[in-house]
Design a protein around this ligand. Structure first.
Ligand code: GLP
Length: 251
Protein backbone atom coordinates (compact mmCIF):
# COMPACT_ATOMS: atom_id res chain seq x y z
CA UNK A 1 0.00 0.00 0.00
CA UNK A 2 1.37 3.42 -0.95
CA UNK A 3 0.25 6.39 1.14
CA UNK A 4 0.83 9.89 -0.21
CA UNK A 5 0.41 12.91 2.03
CA UNK A 6 -0.58 16.21 0.50
CA UNK A 7 -0.86 19.66 2.06
CA UNK A 8 -4.57 20.06 1.45
CA UNK A 9 -7.64 19.07 -0.59
CA UNK A 10 -6.44 20.89 -3.72
CA UNK A 11 -3.09 19.10 -3.74
CA UNK A 12 -4.81 15.78 -3.00
CA UNK A 13 -7.11 16.30 -5.97
CA UNK A 14 -4.27 17.16 -8.31
CA UNK A 15 -2.22 14.13 -7.31
CA UNK A 16 -5.19 11.76 -7.65
CA UNK A 17 -6.02 13.27 -11.05
CA UNK A 18 -2.41 12.73 -12.12
CA UNK A 19 -2.62 9.04 -11.23
CA UNK A 20 -5.88 8.60 -13.17
CA UNK A 21 -4.53 10.64 -16.08
CA UNK A 22 -1.40 8.50 -16.36
CA UNK A 23 -3.53 5.36 -16.55
CA UNK A 24 -5.81 6.82 -19.25
CA UNK A 25 -2.81 8.00 -21.27
CA UNK A 26 -1.17 4.57 -21.09
CA UNK A 27 -4.42 2.65 -21.66
CA UNK A 28 -6.91 4.89 -23.50
CA UNK A 29 -9.60 2.17 -23.49
CA UNK A 30 -9.37 1.49 -19.77
CA UNK A 31 -12.27 0.81 -17.41
CA UNK A 32 -12.47 3.38 -14.63
CA UNK A 33 -14.37 2.60 -11.46
CA UNK A 34 -15.71 5.90 -10.18
CA UNK A 35 -17.02 7.25 -6.91
CA UNK A 36 -19.28 10.04 -5.71
CA UNK A 37 -19.15 12.18 -2.55
CA UNK A 38 -17.20 15.35 -1.86
CA UNK A 39 -13.78 13.68 -1.87
CA UNK A 40 -13.41 13.09 -5.65
CA UNK A 41 -15.02 16.35 -6.85
CA UNK A 42 -11.69 18.21 -7.07
CA UNK A 43 -10.11 15.26 -8.88
CA UNK A 44 -12.90 15.34 -11.47
CA UNK A 45 -12.48 19.13 -11.87
CA UNK A 46 -8.79 18.65 -12.65
CA UNK A 47 -9.51 15.87 -15.15
CA UNK A 48 -12.08 18.11 -16.88
CA UNK A 49 -9.50 20.88 -17.13
CA UNK A 50 -6.92 18.59 -18.73
CA UNK A 51 -9.58 17.20 -21.07
CA UNK A 52 -10.52 20.72 -22.18
CA UNK A 53 -6.86 21.54 -22.74
CA UNK A 54 -6.64 18.50 -25.03
CA UNK A 55 -4.11 16.83 -22.79
CA UNK A 56 -6.31 13.87 -21.88
CA UNK A 57 -9.12 12.09 -23.74
CA UNK A 58 -11.93 9.91 -22.38
CA UNK A 59 -13.15 8.99 -25.89
CA UNK A 60 -12.41 5.27 -25.39
CA UNK A 61 -12.85 5.05 -21.62
CA UNK A 62 -15.68 3.02 -20.04
CA UNK A 63 -16.81 3.57 -16.47
CA UNK A 64 -18.55 1.70 -13.67
CA UNK A 65 -19.76 3.57 -10.62
CA UNK A 66 -19.80 2.13 -7.16
CA UNK A 67 -23.30 2.82 -5.99
CA UNK A 68 -26.66 4.55 -6.25
CA UNK A 69 -29.42 5.48 -3.81
CA UNK A 70 -32.51 3.27 -3.85
CA UNK A 71 -35.61 4.86 -5.38
CA UNK A 72 -34.10 8.24 -6.16
CA UNK A 73 -34.87 9.10 -9.81
CA UNK A 74 -31.83 9.85 -11.97
CA UNK A 75 -33.32 13.31 -12.55
CA UNK A 76 -32.95 14.08 -8.82
CA UNK A 77 -29.91 16.29 -8.34
CA UNK A 78 -28.66 14.05 -5.50
CA UNK A 79 -28.85 10.81 -7.46
CA UNK A 80 -25.38 9.50 -8.20
CA UNK A 81 -26.10 9.32 -11.94
CA UNK A 82 -26.93 13.03 -11.83
CA UNK A 83 -23.78 13.70 -9.77
CA UNK A 84 -21.56 11.91 -12.28
CA UNK A 85 -23.08 13.70 -15.27
CA UNK A 86 -22.81 17.01 -13.49
CA UNK A 87 -19.31 16.59 -12.04
CA UNK A 88 -17.61 14.77 -14.91
CA UNK A 89 -19.40 13.16 -17.84
CA UNK A 90 -21.17 16.27 -19.18
CA UNK A 91 -17.85 18.12 -19.37
CA UNK A 92 -15.54 15.60 -21.08
CA UNK A 93 -15.44 13.73 -24.38
CA UNK A 94 -16.73 10.46 -22.91
CA UNK A 95 -19.38 8.33 -24.63
CA UNK A 96 -22.11 8.44 -21.97
CA UNK A 97 -23.63 5.18 -23.21
CA UNK A 98 -20.64 3.32 -21.77
CA UNK A 99 -20.81 5.03 -18.37
CA UNK A 100 -22.54 2.76 -15.88
CA UNK A 101 -24.25 3.45 -12.56
CA UNK A 102 -26.42 0.85 -10.78
CA UNK A 103 -30.14 1.41 -11.39
CA UNK A 104 -31.54 2.30 -7.99
CA UNK A 105 -35.04 2.55 -9.48
CA UNK A 106 -35.14 -1.07 -10.73
CA UNK A 107 -38.34 -2.83 -9.70
CA UNK A 108 -36.49 -6.12 -9.33
CA UNK A 109 -33.46 -5.05 -7.35
CA UNK A 110 -32.00 -8.56 -7.07
CA UNK A 111 -32.00 -8.87 -10.85
CA UNK A 112 -30.39 -5.43 -11.10
CA UNK A 113 -27.61 -6.47 -8.70
CA UNK A 114 -26.93 -9.58 -10.78
CA UNK A 115 -26.98 -7.53 -13.99
CA UNK A 116 -24.47 -5.05 -12.56
CA UNK A 117 -22.06 -7.76 -11.41
CA UNK A 118 -22.25 -9.41 -14.82
CA UNK A 119 -21.64 -6.07 -16.49
CA UNK A 120 -18.53 -5.34 -14.40
CA UNK A 121 -17.27 -8.88 -15.10
CA UNK A 122 -17.95 -8.51 -18.85
CA UNK A 123 -15.76 -5.40 -18.87
CA UNK A 124 -12.98 -7.40 -17.24
CA UNK A 125 -13.32 -5.48 -13.95
CA UNK A 126 -12.05 -1.97 -13.33
CA UNK A 127 -8.47 -1.13 -14.27
CA UNK A 128 -8.61 1.44 -11.50
CA UNK A 129 -11.26 1.91 -8.84
CA UNK A 130 -11.46 5.32 -7.24
CA UNK A 131 -12.80 5.37 -3.68
CA UNK A 132 -13.67 7.81 -0.94
CA UNK A 133 -14.05 6.67 2.65
CA UNK A 134 -17.09 7.14 4.87
CA UNK A 135 -16.78 8.20 8.52
CA UNK A 136 -17.66 4.66 9.58
CA UNK A 137 -15.13 3.19 7.15
CA UNK A 138 -17.62 2.43 4.41
CA UNK A 139 -16.43 2.11 0.84
CA UNK A 140 -19.06 2.42 -1.86
CA UNK A 141 -22.03 1.96 0.44
CA UNK A 142 -20.64 -1.14 2.15
CA UNK A 143 -21.49 -0.32 5.73
CA UNK A 144 -19.93 -1.97 8.79
CA UNK A 145 -21.40 -5.47 9.12
CA UNK A 146 -20.57 -9.03 10.17
CA UNK A 147 -19.27 -10.38 6.87
CA UNK A 148 -17.73 -8.70 3.83
CA UNK A 149 -20.42 -8.71 1.12
CA UNK A 150 -19.08 -10.09 -2.14
CA UNK A 151 -21.30 -8.85 -4.96
CA UNK A 152 -23.58 -5.91 -5.72
CA UNK A 153 -26.39 -5.75 -3.19
CA UNK A 154 -29.04 -3.61 -1.52
CA UNK A 155 -28.00 -2.05 1.81
CA UNK A 156 -29.71 -0.23 4.64
CA UNK A 157 -27.67 2.90 5.29
CA UNK A 158 -26.28 3.49 8.77
CA UNK A 159 -27.62 6.42 10.82
CA UNK A 160 -24.04 7.84 10.70
CA UNK A 161 -24.14 7.81 6.89
CA UNK A 162 -27.62 9.36 6.77
CA UNK A 163 -26.32 12.07 9.11
CA UNK A 164 -23.18 12.66 7.01
CA UNK A 165 -25.14 12.83 3.75
CA UNK A 166 -27.92 15.03 5.16
CA UNK A 167 -25.89 18.04 4.01
CA UNK A 168 -27.07 17.23 0.49
CA UNK A 169 -30.74 16.86 1.54
CA UNK A 170 -31.64 20.18 3.26
CA UNK A 171 -29.62 19.05 6.32
CA UNK A 172 -32.40 16.60 7.14
CA UNK A 173 -31.25 12.97 7.65
CA UNK A 174 -34.89 11.87 7.20
CA UNK A 175 -34.80 13.11 3.61
CA UNK A 176 -31.77 10.93 2.73
CA UNK A 177 -32.88 7.68 1.06
CA UNK A 178 -32.27 5.00 3.67
CA UNK A 179 -31.23 2.34 1.20
CA UNK A 180 -28.74 2.09 -1.63
CA UNK A 181 -27.44 -0.38 -4.20
CA UNK A 182 -23.69 -0.84 -3.97
CA UNK A 183 -20.94 -2.91 -5.51
CA UNK A 184 -19.82 -5.47 -2.96
CA UNK A 185 -16.40 -5.64 -1.37
CA UNK A 186 -15.56 -8.54 -3.69
CA UNK A 187 -16.38 -6.43 -6.76
CA UNK A 188 -14.31 -3.54 -5.44
CA UNK A 189 -11.37 -5.79 -4.58
CA UNK A 190 -11.42 -7.26 -8.10
CA UNK A 191 -10.18 -3.91 -9.49
CA UNK A 192 -6.59 -4.09 -10.69
CA UNK A 193 -5.66 -0.85 -8.95
CA UNK A 194 -7.40 1.02 -6.16
CA UNK A 195 -7.01 4.73 -5.54
CA UNK A 196 -8.46 6.22 -2.35
CA UNK A 197 -8.88 9.96 -1.79
CA UNK A 198 -9.46 11.19 1.77
CA UNK A 199 -9.46 14.67 3.17
CA UNK A 200 -10.12 16.47 6.44
CA UNK A 201 -9.54 16.04 10.18
CA UNK A 202 -12.95 14.40 10.61
CA UNK A 203 -11.60 11.37 8.69
CA UNK A 204 -8.33 11.06 10.68
CA UNK A 205 -9.64 8.47 13.15
CA UNK A 206 -11.20 6.19 10.56
CA UNK A 207 -8.19 6.43 8.22
CA UNK A 208 -5.86 5.21 11.00
CA UNK A 209 -8.28 2.42 11.90
CA UNK A 210 -8.72 1.30 8.29
CA UNK A 211 -5.04 1.35 7.36
CA UNK A 212 -3.44 0.18 10.62
CA UNK A 213 -6.16 -1.67 12.52
CA UNK A 214 -7.32 -5.26 12.17
CA UNK A 215 -8.99 -6.24 8.90
CA UNK A 216 -12.64 -6.58 9.82
CA UNK A 217 -16.03 -6.11 8.13
CA UNK A 218 -16.80 -3.72 11.00
CA UNK A 219 -14.36 -1.35 9.24
CA UNK A 220 -15.07 -2.17 5.58
CA UNK A 221 -12.14 -0.09 4.22
CA UNK A 222 -9.70 -2.21 6.27
CA UNK A 223 -10.02 -4.91 3.56
CA UNK A 224 -7.87 -2.66 1.35
CA UNK A 225 -4.85 -3.82 3.39
CA UNK A 226 -5.21 -7.13 1.48
CA UNK A 227 -5.29 -5.60 -2.01
CA UNK A 228 -1.96 -5.84 -3.90
CA UNK A 229 -2.12 -2.38 -5.52
CA UNK A 230 -3.65 0.34 -3.37
CA UNK A 231 -2.68 4.00 -3.41
CA UNK A 232 -4.02 6.33 -0.75
CA UNK A 233 -3.84 10.05 -1.46
CA UNK A 234 -4.84 12.00 1.61
CA UNK A 235 -4.26 15.42 3.03
CA UNK A 236 -2.26 16.10 6.16
CA UNK A 237 -5.36 16.48 8.33
CA UNK A 238 -6.79 13.11 7.30
CA UNK A 239 -3.43 11.39 7.91
CA UNK A 240 -2.71 12.97 11.31
CA UNK A 241 -3.76 9.92 13.41
CA UNK A 242 -2.24 7.44 10.97
CA UNK A 243 1.15 9.17 11.17
CA UNK A 244 0.90 9.55 14.95
CA UNK A 245 0.38 5.80 15.20
CA UNK A 246 3.52 5.12 13.14
CA UNK A 247 1.98 4.73 9.66
CA UNK A 248 4.45 5.26 6.83
CA UNK A 249 4.04 7.73 3.99
CA UNK A 250 5.85 7.80 0.62
CA UNK A 251 8.33 10.57 -0.14
C1 GLP B 1 -20.78 8.40 0.36
C2 GLP B 1 -20.56 7.48 -0.87
C3 GLP B 1 -19.18 6.92 -0.87
C4 GLP B 1 -18.24 8.03 -0.45
C5 GLP B 1 -18.41 8.29 1.02
C6 GLP B 1 -17.61 9.48 1.54
O1 GLP B 1 -21.93 8.17 1.04
N1 GLP B 1 -21.48 6.42 -1.06
O2 GLP B 1 -18.87 6.40 -2.15
O3 GLP B 1 -16.92 7.66 -0.68
O4 GLP B 1 -19.77 8.35 1.35
O5 GLP B 1 -18.17 10.66 1.12
P1 GLP B 1 -17.41 12.05 1.16
O6 GLP B 1 -16.33 11.96 0.15
O7 GLP B 1 -18.45 13.06 0.80
O8 GLP B 1 -16.89 12.20 2.54
Amino acid sequence: MKVYKTADYAAMSKKAANIICSLVVLKPDCVLGLATGSSPVGTYKQLIEWNKEGYLSFAHVKTVNLDEYRNLPVTHDQSYRYFMNDNLFDHVDIDKSVTNVPDGMAADIEAECKRYDALVASLGGADLQLLGMGHDGHIGFNEPCDEFPVGTHLVDLDPMTLEANARFFDNDPKKVPNQAVTMGIGTIMSAKKILVVVSGADKAGIVAKALLGPVTPQVPASILQFHPDVTIVADEAALAEYIKEGGKVCD
